[in-house]
Every structure is written in structure tokens, then in C-alpha cells.
Design a protein around this ligand. Structure first.
Ligand code: TXA
Ligand code: MG
Length: 325
């Protein structure tokens, strides 16, 4: 059920009272708090089970509010914001005094974005200020792309859940750091590297798969309960069968070119041929295979171009080491 105008007013009141509101964005559902209320922001970390050193994204209603939250807007940031906001792009900028240290993990930069979802934008307008929102899941687990995912994972820990239907991008925003000499991508996401390079007219560094640069980029993020194993596309069916015969409850991400092949496994998710559709379904697939009791998921990686880059990043992290999670 999509949120009504009175739901949105009620949710804005909850934010004003220092409460937590889960709301839809085009990427994933966020767990919102008044960015200027340190107690509310701190509660976000408690509810998620996330270390307080991990900075949050401040969501704003439009580019016209950016200067309230940042110390300056470099030319590259302005170009990107004008081109991609509202949209799945987060910009890291030097923070203004308005941003409390609780929101940024004590850093002197802040991440900001304008989400492209009518319910999110209405909420931000009704509330009037900035809303910090990490993805509305427990720390380290799979991000929610429906209101039902939020309710089943966070339950009563959230004061209000706004339902805006399934998220149409399905993976988180692309994070671009514009505080350095050259802009760099800290997390691939809904805006592709190719789109960014086209807007900037030059190549971009992508940092995400190398080392952990900022808190919140743990290798084991986005992980389902099941162990995820990545293999070559041509080996998915044989590996699944072998693991199933060994006694595992195997879930398979079946590459689209093998959609019609017989597979011996506990549960099968056929990967869509379009990366946009794959991104939209990715987290739902991981949740569904967990729900069906799979203890092992066999998947392969799509090509690292377009949205494929974000999908590869999330699958690698889902398959990453679990310690330190
Ligand atoms: O699509 C999204 O970005 C979603 C929706 C709800 O907007 N939000 C989201 O938030 O994914 P979260 O908290 O799950 O991820 C935020 C990421 C973290 O990896 C964090 O390290 C990074 O943003 N981040 C936040 N502030 C930063 C900063 N000042 N410098 C570098 N990275 C920052
Ligand atoms: Mg997250």
C-alpha cells in the first residue's frame, strides 16, 4: 500500500519528535532520522547494530538546499548534482557546522544526496530539514527493497514505515568523493561510471574494490545468511549439483544463457538478462534464497560495465569474509 499524504505528514511528525522513519527511495529503503538531532541519529546506529564510526548519508529535498549542509561546492560536484539529482548519486563534500559529528562519524566531510522517489521527496519537503538514512537493514545484511523487508528485519525498532512499493533501482547510490583533486568513486551504484564520465568529460577512478577507504565499506557487507560462492558462469550448474550431492541446500543464481537448462539444486533464481532488472531483483533474490533455507548460494559475476559494476561489487561483498561483520 503506497503511503498517503497523511501518512507522510505523520512520518514527518515522527521525525520532528526524534523518531525513526523507514522510507522508500529509488535505490533501497532508508532508516531516516532528523539529521540535526544527535540523539535520533545515534539511535539509528543502535537499531542497525552499526558501529557509530560509520558515516551516514544526509538526504535533502533538492539541490537548492545543498549549501546549507556543506562548506563549499566544487565545480565537479555541481556538475554531477545538476545532472543526476534527484537520483542515485551521493556526493561527499566538506561538511558545514550544521551537520552534527554523530552523522559523519566525526569526519570533516559529509555525504549528501537527493533521492528520486516521490514518497521520499514528499517526506523531505514535509519535514523541511535533512534526514540521515542508512539502508534500513541490520548492519552487514542485505539492504531492503520493499517495505515488507524492512518490517520483517527491523519490526518494532522503527517508529513508522512508509510504503512506496518495490525500489526501482534496487542497489544503493553511487558515492563520489569530490573533496580531492580529482573526483573518485567510493562505491559503485545506481548511476554508472559511464554516465559519470560522460557528464564530467573525463575518466574516473573507481576505488571500491581495492582497499577499505572509509568505515562502512567492510568486505562482508550485503551478505545473506547463506554462504555465497562465486564461480565462472559455465561452472554454475556443475558446482551447484556437486554441492547439492554433498548435502548442501543449494541456491543457484542461474546465468540467463542457461535459463532453460535443468539444474539440481534446492532453489533457483534465474538471473535477468538486463542488468537494470538484475540490480532491481538482486537483494530480493538473496533474501528469497535465505528464506527458502539455502545454506549455500552459487553465483557468477556479470560483466563489469554499466550497472554490472555495482552488481559485481555487491556479489563480491556478499561472498566476502564474514569476520569483522
Ligand atoms: O542508496 C543509498 O545510498 C541508500 C539510500 C537509503 O539512500 N543509503 C545507503 O546508506 O546506502 P548506507 O549508510 O547503507 O551507506 C552509506 C555509505 C557508507 O558506505 C559510508 O561509508 C559512506 O556512505 N559514507 C557516508 N559518509 C561518508 C563520507 N563522509 N565519506 C565517505 N563515505 C561516506
Ligand atoms: Mg547499507
Amino acid at each position: 500500500m503506497t503511503a498517503t499524504p497523511s501518512d507522510i505528514q505523520a512520518a514527518a511528525d515522527v521525525l520532528r519528535g526524534g523518531g525513526l522513519v523507514a522510507f522508500p527511495t529509488e535505490t533501497v529503503y532508508g532508516l531516516g532520522a532528523d539529521a540535526e538531532n544527535p540523539a535520533a541519529v545515534t539511535r539509528t546506529f543502535t537499531v542497525k547494530g552499526r558501529p557509530p564510526s560509520h558515516p551516514l548519508i544526509v538526504h535533502i529535498a533538492g539541490l537548492e538546499h545543498l549549501e546549507e549542509w556543506v562548506a563549499d561546492v566544487p565545480g565537479t560536484a555541481r556538475v554531477l548534482a545538476e545532472r543526476f539529482w534527484p537520483g542515485p548519486l551521493t556526493l561527499v563534500l566538506r561538511r558545514s557546522p550544521r551537520v552534527p559529528p554523530e552523522a559523519t562519524g566525526g569526519m570533516d566531510t559529509v555525504a549528501v544526496r537527493v533521492p528520486d522517489h516521490p514518497v521520499a521527496l514528499e517526506l523531505l519537503k514535509a519535514f523541511g530539514g535533512g534526514v540521515t538514512a542508512p539502508s534500513a537493514n541490520r548492519f552487514g545484511s542485505v539492504s531492503p527493497t520493499t517495505a515488507e523487508h524492512v518490517r520483517s528485519e527491523l519490526g518494532d525498532a522503527v517508529d513508522f514505515v512508509l510504503d512506496g512499493g518495490p525500489c526501482h533501482v534496487g542497489v544503493e547510490s553511487t558515492i563520489v568523493d569530490t573533496t580531492g583533486e580529482a573526483p573518485s568513486v567510493l562505491r559503485p551504484g545506481g548511476v554508472t561510471r559511464e554516465q559519470l564520465e560522460e557528464a564530467l568529460g573525463r575518466p574516473l577512478a573507481v576505488d571500491s574494490s581495492s582497499r577499505i577507504r572509509v568505515p562502512g565499506q567492510h568486505p562482508s557487507h550485503y551478505a545473506p545468511r547463506a554462504t555465497v560462492v562465486l564461480v565462472e558462469p559455465g561452472d554454475v550448474i556443475a558446482e551447484a549439483q556437486r554441492a547439492q550431492e554433498e548435502g548442501h541446500q543449494v541456491g543457484v543464481f542461474l546465468p540467463p544463457q542457461f535459463a532453460d537448462a535443468p539444474v539440481k539444486a534446492h532453489a533457483v533464481a534465474v538471473v535477468p538478462a538486463s542488468d537494470a532488472e538484475y540490480a532491481r531483483e538482486l537483494y530480493g533474490f538473496l533474501r528469497e534464497l535465505d528464506r527458502r533455507g539455502c545454506d549455500l548460494i552459487i553465483a557468477s559475476l556479470p560483466a563489469e560495465q554499466g550497472l554490472g559494476l555495482a552488481i559485481v561489487n555487491r556479489l563480491r561483498r556478499a561472498a566476502g569474509p564474514r569476520s569483522g561483520r
